[in-house]
Ligand binder design. Structure first.
Ligand SMILES: C[S@@+](CC[C@H](N)C(=O)[O-])C[C@H]1O[C@@H](n2cnc3c(N)ncnc32)[C@H](O)[C@@H]1O
Length: 214
């Protein structure tokens, strides 16, 4: 039970999504079988949809894992975009590099090794699309940098913003997750209450927030 939507609804929607082809399907299966936390099926399709609409030339991703969502966004963009993706786990980076090589994408998708906040502080070139998918307890701290790095008409897609329902319902909050939940609520307050921003929060997957400037 995801605590975000009804199980029957999730199962039905996932049932509509066809399996991916070839190597991408192998990467997805590897992740699901080995507990690598990649985007949920419907979130992956949503990300492809947004990327294909936006046609970004430069994408920033927080949280590479094994490169699955980077490859998805690259293929969906149709613009051969440059992607900068941040990851701190060496083992993930090794696997991501293997996967990027399989698609000949190691030149186009650049993995920045390190903590998101530290890497964000050093980035200066703007992006058309930013996908936040790492460090759930720090989205509120990442936000000022993401806004600084976001082009005037850029979009931020943030995953896991409802965090297993805990962000919306105090009854679901596990003690050891209190800080993450409070900070995620702060993130959602910041992006929904800032009059210069427009944000839509979608109860899909683990919760997605899409933000752009008005
Ligand atoms: C949910 S996974 C990313 C999944 C990937 N976007 C995909 O869907 O294919 C989050 C990744 O972020 C990394 N991570 C978590 N916190 C981080 C941080 N503060 N800085 C850098 N990487 C972080 C984790 O090691 C993990 O591999």
């Amino acid at each position: 039970m995801s605590e975000i939507t009804y199980d029957y609804m999730e199962e039905y929607i996932r049932g509509l999504i066809s399996d991916r082809d070839g190597i991408l399907n192998e990467i997805e299966n590897f992740a699901r079988e080995n507990g690598v936390p990649i985007v949920q099926k419907e979130t992956g399709v949503f990300l492809e949809f947004m990327t294909s609409m936006k046609k970004p030339k430069r994408i920033l991703e927080l949280g590479t894992a094994i490169g699955f969502s980077s490859i998805l966004m690259y293929q969906a963009a149709g613009t051969e975009p440059e992607i900068v993706t941040i990851e701190r786990d060496e083992r993930m980076i090794e696997l991501a590099n293997v996967n990027l090589n399989k698609f000949n994408l190691s030149e186009k998708i650049k993995i920045e090794e390190g903590d998101c906040l530290e890497v964000l502080e050093k980035l200066t070139e703007p992006f058309d699309l930013i996908f936040m998918d790492a460090g759930k307890g720090h989205y509120n701290h990442f936000l000022p940098h993401c806004l600084r790095l976001l082009k005037e008409d850029g979009i931020i897609v943030a995953d896991n913003v409802l965090f297993r329902g805990m962000v919306a319902s105090q009854d679901l909050v596990k003690r050891r997750k209190i800080t993450i939940v409070k900070r995620m609520r702060t993130y959602l307050e910041l992006v929904t209450q800032d009059k210069d921003l427009i944000t839509s929060v979608i109860p899909m997957g683990d919760g997605i927030a899409v933000t752009k400037r008005r």
